[in-house]
Design a protein around this ligand. Structure first.
Ligand SMILES: NC(=O)C1=CN([C@@H]2O[C@H](COP(=O)(O)OP(=O)(O)OC[C@H]3O[C@@H](n4cnc5c(N)ncnc54)[C@H](OP(=O)(O)O)[C@@H]3O)[C@@H](O)[C@H]2O)[C@@H](O)CC1
Ligand SMILES: Nc1ncnc2c1ncn2[C@@H]1O[C@H](COP(=O)(O)OP(=O)(O)O)[C@@H](O)[C@H]1O
Ligand SMILES: [K+]
Length: 488
């Protein structure tokens, strides 16, 4: 399971490990050694400048400098402040460094073939300004590769935000488990390649912290995929009702294709009569029914998943249909207009949520529904899920999937090709298709985001929304073969 630790959890893991008998001095030695190994495995001996800050991140730097020098590398070390002002483990390791301690200025960069950034890590507590900002800019202007320790200086490990300015690293070595800032933008882009080193904190200690943040991937949900059995029939795979608009009909057609490719057994598009032929002609496997039959069809429990929002139109009709679907306690996916229709009365919507419900806002829709919440995307997505009682997919380049029980996954797929009209509609359809098959809401949302991202990544440049559903069979086959062979 690919857990992510929050910054307080990481400090707690250090603390519990130290209480368990491994000293902080040893943890820091292990941290420094792991960075040193990463450096020596990637580069031939060259002039290294190790830039140390006043805390434990700087302490790691003293270890790295000593170990590299022991291996014959030419090393210079610069410190922000004085050795006498260092405390604890950083002080202990600083005193083991027998070389010169220079002042931390851009002069440290002159002649350096490699820069090791140990200025600030988890303890970054405010924006970087003045001389330090000049130093960070100077690091970024020089061609020498940069190895960042824990996080690139200036990247907030909790949120991925840039605090004033930040180092652009080629490699980031962090410890024990990744932190949110390694996966959230813009931090993710500044980390370069991210390596997580084991420094002696046991899996039991990590488990004792009950991590709730995960990197989205099959290990998180593959066990929950409701694969059909040999004797399954279509009703075992669920019947989706997708509410189609009259004007923007493409949205639900894209979503319908996503839902069916994701495995829904049946799918009916409901729409007002003038639009019905359009939906009927779109694909032979799609059924259609007049919107006026919505409440009647909802009485049949086989219609077990409802998609409302793409192209639905904002207003009273959409609001009433959403509330009705939620009251029927069917699995519901609410996207686009279904969310915007409640911008004036979000609590009416949240109050009605009872069954498996997934909301799929992008930042604009999120703001309309949840208002100006404070905090980074991770924090806001988690708060929104708690507040609404629904699983919330906060869409974006680093999509976040948050459950009301506190679990949250960050997507880890590079797929800017997905930034194209209609791509979100397909995502909503995929979620609905998985829910129709009986998958739990959080797992379905995570799997849909992963399939969607993977489809975008695999297809690459030239992708249009229509391509996404057709990429699903290949991805699902891979998951199916893994499930059959017992490998996730
Ligand atoms: N045993 C362990 O715990 C292990 C820990 N490990 C390592 O420890 C690192 C965390 O260490 P840390 O907690 O000392 O924080 P760190 O990032 O060094 O910075 C704190 C200092 O920076 C200062 N400061 C902050 N922001 C500033 C700003 N904008 N501008 C100027 N100053 C600023 C801040 O000042 P203050 O806010 O107190 O005024 C304080 O002096 C972690 O990333 C990992 O590398 C590993 O060795 C594994 C074992
Ligand atoms: N740079 C990106 N990298 C990965 N995914 C992206 C990127 N930009 C957008 N996406 C994804 O594409 C989809 C766009 O959805 P949305 O904004 O609702 O568009 P539309 O309404 O046109 O379908 C979302 O799932 C989002 O996460
Ligand atoms: K750093």
């Amino acid at each position: 399971m690919r857990e992510i630790l929050t910054i307080p959890q990481m400090y707690e893991a250090d603390k519990r490990t130290i209480e368990g008998g491994i000293s902080g001095e040893v943890l820091m030695e292990n941290a420094g050694r792991s960075v040193c190994q990463e450096i020596t495995s990637r580069y031939s001996p060259c002039a290294v400048s190790v830039l140390c800050g006043p805390g434990n991140n700087g302490g790691d730097g003293f270890v790295i400098a000593r170990l590299l020098r022991e291996q014959g590398w030419p090393v210079r070390l610069g410190l922000l402040g004085e050795v006498e002002n260092l405390a604890g483990d950083a002080r202990i390791h600083a005193e083991k460094w027998v070389g010169i301690v220079e002042r931390l200025t851009p002069a440290m960069l002159v002649g350096a073939d490699l820069v090791v950034d140990c200025i600030f890590g988890a303890g970054l507590s405010r924006d970087i300004e003045d001389d330090l900002a000049d130093l960070v800019n100077a690091i970024n202007e020089r061609p020498a590769p940069v190895i960042a320790v824990d996080v690139p200086t200036g990247v907030d490990g909790a949120s991925g935000a840039i605090r004033g300015v930040a180092v652009v690293a080629d490699v980031t070595v962090s410890f024990c488990r990744p932190k949110p800032g390694h996966y959230l933008l813009p931090g993710k882009d500044l980390c370069g390649q991210c390596v997580i080193a084991d420094i002696g904190i046991s899996p039991e200690i990590v488990a004792s912290l009950a991590p709730e943040i995960f990197i989205n991937g099959p290990d998180l949900w593959a066990q929950s995929i409701p694969w059909p059995g040999n004797g399954s029939h279509k009703y075992h795979r669920g019947h989706v009702l997708a509410l189609g608009g009259t004007q923007t009909t493409g949205a639900v057609r894209l979503a319908a294709r996503g839902a069916r490719r994701a495995g829904a057994g049946l799918l009916t598009v409901l729409a007002d009569p003038p639009a019905l032929p359009l939906y009927a002609q779109d694909a032979p496997g799609v059924m259609v029914a007049p919107m006026a039959r919505f409440e009647e069809l909802m009485q049949d429990p086989r219609h077990n998943a409802v998609l409302i929002g793409p192209g639905a139109g904002v207003g009273d009709d959409t609001r009433k249909r959403v509330i009705h679907a939620l009251h029927c306690a069917r699995a519901c996916v609410l996207d686009a207009d279904a969310l915007t229709s409640f911008d004036d009365e979000p609590s009416t919507l949240f109050f009605a949520v009872q069954g498996a419900t997934v909301m799929t806002p992008h930042e604009g829709e999120f703001k309309r529904l949840f208002g100006d919440m404070a905090g980074d995307r991770l924090t806001r997505a988690r708060a929104a899920a708690k507040r609404s009682g629904a699983v919330v997919i906060l869409k974006g380049a680093d999509s976040i999937i948050a459950a009301p029980d506190g679990r949250v996954a960050i997507n880890d797929v590079f797929a800017p090709w997905l930034a194209t009209a209609g791509s979100g509609d397909v995502l909503a359809g995929i979620v609905t298709g998985l829910l129709a098959q009986g998958m739990a809401a959080f797992e379905a949302a995570c799997m849909a985001v992963w399939l969607h991202g993977q489809a975008g990544q695999d297809f690459g440049p030239g992708l249009i929304a229509e391509d996404i559903p057709d990429a699903l069979p290949g991805l699902l086959s891979r998951l199916w073969h893994s499930a059959k062979s017992g490998v996730v």
